[in-house]
Design a protein around this ligand. Structure first.
Ligand SMILES: [Zn+2]
Length: 425
């Protein structure tokens, strides 16, 4: 590469900042003391992995980048239908329905403008992986299919063999360190671990299984950091950023929002295209056809009367949670959360929006997507690249990561929603 400046980002999906401690995350705990730890770091809304991935990649809120959650209603010619953003073909559906994928450039695209490459290795859903670089400006490695510049498919059996969970994350980390960081040394290397999200969705937060997954993620971050420091002992050239995309709450109950709207006379039927609920874990985004748009205030009013509902926004209020006001998405509802403590000592409960595509009960396990204090509590640590050991209490967000990387790489970063993280007090 032209300069000697590089950046490395490692995301531990779903790791709550308050679960970082000496016992389960000895490395992150130690790193917090010798790097800058951002103690008021927040997720975006919906606090889902796919919207978060696009926000980390673009430095913009969903209102600007255009990906509104883990699911989204699209009109592909037969009215609004809820689609799973995680599916490998979602990008193509989105392009067909809206003419494009993300509406603002990703880090991968910005680097390409400068003749530099971004390499992304991800072990979460295909959608979350691909929205790091949906139009193929750099390289994305994922089990559902890897590609390089120009969306050229890459036959990569090592990535194809990866499975979500501890073993897959560990295998990806070894390849990331050896092949990407040491072998190819791109200007930007991003690694996205599936843990502790994968285990958190299938076991109680704070349970032995969940804690094992947290320890495994911590060991992966250590492995990457040690590789980075071996390549750049002073820390001057390689900016190292590690964090999570969101936290989790424990699920108390599942709410059939679609069924309630039908019963309330606000939606015609399960499959109707007038009003379409897109489940986002602990929140819902609700899309309206042109003809049904006038119903949005009544839907918001109806939801606000439910005891499981937390913040409900409609129309112009969507801007206050970082969502657009001028699309078919006209109502967003976050579930109410409370501070009850689960059997393993982890605080925070909230309801989940029932998802017909994922009917398995997740009650008692971890979930996210809304505005609860724990799901909105990801961690963030920056080391090297001028970040000194200290704790920063000013509020930061996922959207601040991209401009921080661009500043370090000496590229323009004044057109993102986020701001480059402060280097000193
Ligand atoms: Zn996530």
């Amino acid at each position: 590469m032209k300069g000697d400046k590089r950046a490395v980002i490692v995301i531990c999906d779903s790791l709550r900042a308050d679960l970082i401690g000496p016992e389960d995350t000895p490395f992150l705990f130690e790193l917090s003391a010798r790097a800058t730890r951002f103690t008021a770091h927040r997720s975006v809304f919906p606090s889902t992995t796919r919207a978060s991935s696009a926000s980390i990649a673009t430095g913009c809120l969903p209102a600007r980048h255009g990906l509104y959650g883990n699911t989204m209603a699209l009109d592909e010619g037969e009215g609004l239908v809820c689609r799973n953003v995680g599916a490998p073909d979602f990008r193509d559906r989105m392009r067909r329905a809206t003419g494009r994928t993300l509406r603002v450039p990703t880090l991968a695209e910005r680097l390409r403008w400068h003749g530099e490459a971004a390499i992304v290795c991800s072990n979460v859903s295909p959608g979350a992986a691909y929205f790091q670089d949906p139009d193929g400006h750099g390289f994305v490695y994922h089990s559902a299919g890897s590609y390089g510049p120009g969306m050229t498919p890459i036959d990569d059996p090592g990535s194809a063999a990866l499975k979500k969970g501890i073993a897959g994350d560990k295998a990806m980390t070894e390849r990331f360190c050896a092949d990407v960081l040491e072998g190819r040394a791109p200007a930007l290397a991003v690694m996205w671990l599936s843990e502790p999200d994968y285990t958190g969705h299938h076991s109680p937060l704070g349970s032995p299984q969940h804690r094992e997954a947290i320890r495994a993620a911590d060991a992966c971050v250590r492995r990457v950091f040690e590789t980075v420091r071996r390549l750049d002992p002073s820390g001057d050239d390689v900016l190292f950023v590690t964090g999570s995309d969101h936290g989790m709450e424990t699920i108390s109950e599942a709410i059939d929002v679609t069924g309630l709207l039908i019963a309330g006379g606000l939606k015609a039927s399960r499959d109707s295209t007038d009003v379409v609920v897109a489940p986002q874990g602990t929140s819902a985004t609700i899309f309206f056809s042109e003809a049904a748009r006038g119903r949005a205030p009544a839907v918001a009013e109806f939801l606000r009367r439910e005891n499981w509902a937390g913040r409900v926004v409609v129309g112009e209020e969507l801007a206050t949670v970082g969502l657009p006001t001028d699309t078919a998405l006209q109502v967003a509802a976050a579930m109410a959360t409370d501070a009850r403590v689960n059997p393993h000592g982890v605080a925070g409960y909230g309801a989940i929006v029932a998802n017909p595509d994922d009917p398995e009960s997740k009650i008692g396990f971890g979930q996210h997507g809304g505005l609860g204090v724990n799901e909105q509590n990801p961690f963030l640590i920056a080391a090297g690249g001028g970040f000194v050991p200290r704790s920063e209490a000013r509020p930061t967000s996922l959207i601040d990561i991209a401009p921080t990387v661009l500043r370090h790489l000496r590229m323009d970063h004044d057109d993102t929603d986020g701001k480059a993280l402060p280097l000193s007090t």
